[in-house]
Every structure is written in structure tokens, then in C-alpha cells.
Design a protein around this ligand. Structure first.
Ligand code: NAD
Length: 417
């Protein structure tokens, strides 16, 4: 930044936020048509993109090093510096949100970014680059390279000119990306999948919980990393919860993105096929409710609520990435915890209870990067650090924490006697 307050990244990022806000409807329409998500959900993503630009624009001049008391005769301080060129490989389910949280933070720290959007949905990445140019981002600071994962994505992950890789996607691809990046010994952030539980105790406020329980399973047709695909419920509340969730499922409206209903189609025939494959594995499990899908064209998967799913069943263990939720009853807090923590993943968990001590115990013991108490997702807050443990990945994006990940720390020790 110059002495007159001009220059630097922050005015450009905040200006970019203004440009995104001025085009919310256009961006929402592009995303809805590209991804198939209902228009209102796509518009929320566009608002989130604007918020990320505003947040990281505002944060860019508030990240600083420290002075460290040390031996006599020394002055020691730390500097936060950009990595250099950062690679961003993103999936198709929430392109705008993920661009905002990863590219926004990387630009704020002074990196130049190369963004590889998913082959299924790259329109808003290109639109964002166009807006960034208008906001005054210098040429080369943001480069969007659409292409196939195995070609463009792999080339980016293993490129010797990249100093940091941010990957959001599946476990298998994340592992490949980390291996490619390891050849150049560069840091990698992996934001992967989940099998996230919401744990409902017998003292829960069920009226408050119900919208969260269902929405967290069907939002974006379940194609959400933090989808709550497991609902653990105390046995005393089991039948009531199942029946009330089933009522909501029966009322869900499924249809094209532009009809802006509750649930849209899956992104592709392939994703629809994956969900159908899982539903075939449901075998003799009880289907508590299934929403109707429209007749005619469209890759729809019926929102499906399964009851009494054994905790070790594939449908309670594997990420489906479709609108399918498994209800799993439990008898005690210990059992609830064991089931909640009993998958390879650790992204998000929700706890519904009025008991304050239990809230604190569960928050500490749950195996996940985020715990939500008496809510789920906290409105998606751009301010809140986000990421996983276990097979859900490592590193954190969102909030101030991302700014540390997208920069490197230098220690300067000056001896002056
Ligand atoms: P994916 O891993 O198939 O693809 C993600 C990205 O990686 C795409 O851009 C793709 O082109 C690219 N890619 C594919 N093969 C590659 C390779 N060999 N080298 C480099 N890049 C390659 O994932 P997907 O099916 O698009 O997305 C779904 C997954 O993403 C789910 O598991 C979901 O949970 C996860 N996800 C996680 C988060 C999170 O924040 N934790 C957010 C959204 C999605």
C-alpha cells in the first residue's frame, strides 16, 4: 500500500466484492444452470462470494507478524509473506463459495493464483475472473485454467512453479494431488468429504432441530461436503423424530434449477448413477420416506430417509453425495459418541441437547473439524475456520485462519549488541 493509502490487494478485493454484489442475479443464474441447484441456493452462493471478497479485502491489511523477546542484544520479529503462486483445484458442487474462500484468502495475502475449476461447472470461475479484471486485479494475478482433472488438474498439482496447492474434492483425488505436490515439497490443503452426524438427545428442542436435520441432508441435492447424512437419535425420541422428518420429506418439491424448488437434479448422469447404486445397497433397510421426483428428463435422485441403519452399514459409512439420510438410534451418550466417531471422516458434527455440560463434553470428544451446538452450519459463516480431520482432510480455509495457511512465516533475528 502506498503512503496515500492506495495500492495493495485490499481495495481491489473489496471492489471485486462490490462488482459481485452488483451481479448477484447473473452469477446465481449461471451457477444454477451449470450445477442444477435451485436458484435461491445459487443466489446464496453468490452472496457468499461477495462476502468472501469483502472479508478478505478487509482482512488483508490486518495480518501482521510479532516481535519476540529474546537474548540480550537481539531484536526478533516475524514476517508473513506470500507463498508465491498458489494452485486451486475445486469441485463442481459450490464453485462460487470455494473460489471465494480459497482464492479470496490467497489473493489477500499477495499470492498469484491459478484456479482449475471442475469440468462439470466452470462458468462462475470464468465470470469471476472477468469481474476481477474489471476490479483492477493486475494481469497474471488470477488465472483460470478449465480442463480435465487428470490433465489440467494433475499438471497444476505437480507443477514446479506452484508453491502451495489448495484442493477441494474427493479423498481419492486429494491423495493423488498431495502425492503430485510432494514431488516439489509444497504445502497442500485438502478439503475432502464427510459422513457428518447430527446427534439428537432426548432433551433436544425438536421443533428447532427439524429444519436443520432435513436441510442439511437435502441442500444442493445432498451434494455438499458437510451434508449431514447421518442422524443419530436417542431411542426415546426415535419414532417421533423419524415421523416428523418423514413428514418433511413427503412435502419436498423436486424439480429443475430455475423452478427454484427445494431440491434440484444431480449434477450429472454419473452422479445420479452413484446415488442409485447406493440406494440399491439399501436392500431390506426401512425407507421411512422418499420424495417424488418429476417425470421426464433430468438426472434426479429421490430424497430418501432410511431408518434404523446399522452404524457399520455402507450407507452409514460411505459418502453418498446425494439426498440420502440414515437415521441411527442410540441408547447412551457413550454409544452416540462411538457411532458419531465411527467413520473414517471428520468434517462436521451437530449436537442437539439442552444440557450444557453434555454440550461441552460432546464438543470436545467429537471427531470433526467443526461442531455445531443446537444448530448446524451456523449459516455458513465466512469468518469461521473450516476443514477436516481424518479422511476429511487437513489445513483450514475460511476466516482469518486461511490467511495463515496462504502465507509463510519468516523469522528475522537482528543482533545489534
Ligand atoms: P473430484 O475429486 O473428482 O474433483 C475435484 C477436482 O479435482 C475437479 O476440479 C477435478 O477436475 C480435479 N481432478 C480430478 N482428477 C484429478 C487429478 N488426477 N489430478 C488433479 N486434479 C484432479 O471431486 P468431485 O466429485 O468434483 O467433488 C466431490 C467431492 O468433493 C466430495 O467428496 C465432497 O465431499 C468433496 N468436497 C469437499 C469440500 C470441503 O470443503 N471439505 C467442499 C466441496 C466438496
Amino acid at each position: 500500500m502506498g503512503a496515500d493509502g492506495t495500492g495493495g490487494t485490499w481495495p481491489i478485493l473489496t471492489r471485486l466484492g462490490d462488482l459481485v454484489r452488483a451481479r448477484l442475479d447473473w452469477l446465481a443464474e449461471l451457477e444454477a444452470l451449470d450445477v442444477g441447484k435451485p436458484l435461491t441456493q445459487a443466489r446464496n452462493d453468490a452472496v457468499a462470494l461477495a462476502r468472501y471478497c469483502e472479508f478478505y479485502g478487509g482482512a488483508a491489511d490486518k495480518v501482521h507478524g510479532q516481535t519476540i523477546p529474546y537474548l540480550d542484544g537481539y531484536t526478533v520479529y516475524t514476517l508473513r509473506q506470500p507463498h508465491g503462486v498458489t494452485g486451486h483445484i475445486i469441485p463442481w458442487n459450490y464453485p462460487m463459495q470455494i473460489i471465494g474462500r480459497s482464492v479470496g484468502a490467497a489473493l489477500a495475502m499477495g499470492n498469484a493464483c491459478v484456479l482449475k475449476p471442475a469440468e462439470e461447472a466452470c462458468m462462475t470461475a470464468l465470470a469471476f475472473a472477468w469481474l476481477a479484471e474489471q476490479a483492477g486485479l493486475p494481469p497474471g494475478a488470477l488465472n483460470v485454467v478449465p480442463g480435465l482433472g487428470a490433465e489440467a488438474g494433475a499438471a497444476l498439482a505437480g507443477h514446479p512453479g506452484i508453491q502451495h496447492v489448495s484442493f477441494t474434492g474427493s479423498v481419492a483425488t486429494g491423495s493423488t494431488v498431495q502425492t503430485l505436490a510432494a514431488r516439489n515439497v509444497v504445502p497442500v490443503t485438502l478439503e475432502l468429504g464427510g459422513k457428518s452426524p447430527q446427534v439428537v438427545f432426548d432433551d433436544a428442542d425438536l421443533d428447532a432441530a427439524l429444519p436443520f436435520l432435513v436441510n442439511a441432508g437435502i441442500q444442493n441435492a445432498g451434494q455438499t461436503c458437510s451434508a449431514s447424512s447421518r442422524v443419530l437419535v436417542h431411542r426415546d425420541l426415535h419414532e417421533t423424530l423419524r415421523d416428523r422428518m418423514a413428514e418433511r420429506y413427503a412435502a419436498l418439491q423436486v424439480g429443475p434449477a430455475m423452478a427454484d424448488l427445494d431440491v434440484g437434479p444431480m449434477i450429472s448422469a454419473r452422479q445420479q448413477g452413484i446415488v442409485s447404486g447406493f440406494l440399491t445397497q439399501a436392500g431390506d433397510l426401512t425407507i421411512a420416506a422418499q420424495a417424488r421426483i418429476p417425470d421426464g428428463p433430468g438426472h434426479y435422485a429421490p430424497p430418501t430417509l432410511l431408518d434404523n441403519v446399522p452404524p457399520d452399514h455402507p450407507l452409514a459409512q460411505q459418502e453418498i453425495f446425494g439426498p440420502v439420510q440414515a437415521i441411527i438410534p442410540f441408547d447412551s451418550e457413550e454409544e452416540a459418541l462411538r457411532i458419531a466417531n465411527g467413520t473414517d471422516y471428520g468434517l462436521v458434527a451437530g449436537v442437539w441437547t439442552r444440557d450444557g455440560a453434555r454440550q461441552m463434553r460432546m464438543a470436545r470428544a467429537l471427531h470433526s473439524g467443526q461442531v455445531y451446538i443446537n444448530n448446524y452450519g451456523a449459516g455458513g459463516g465466512v469468518e469461521l475456520p473450516f476443514g477436516g480431520i481424518g479422511k476429511s482432510g487437513h489445513g483450514r480455509e475460511k476466516g482469518f485462519e486461511a490467511l495463515y495457511g496462504f502465507s509463510s512465516l519468516k523469522t528475522v533475528a537482528a543482533y545489534h549488541g
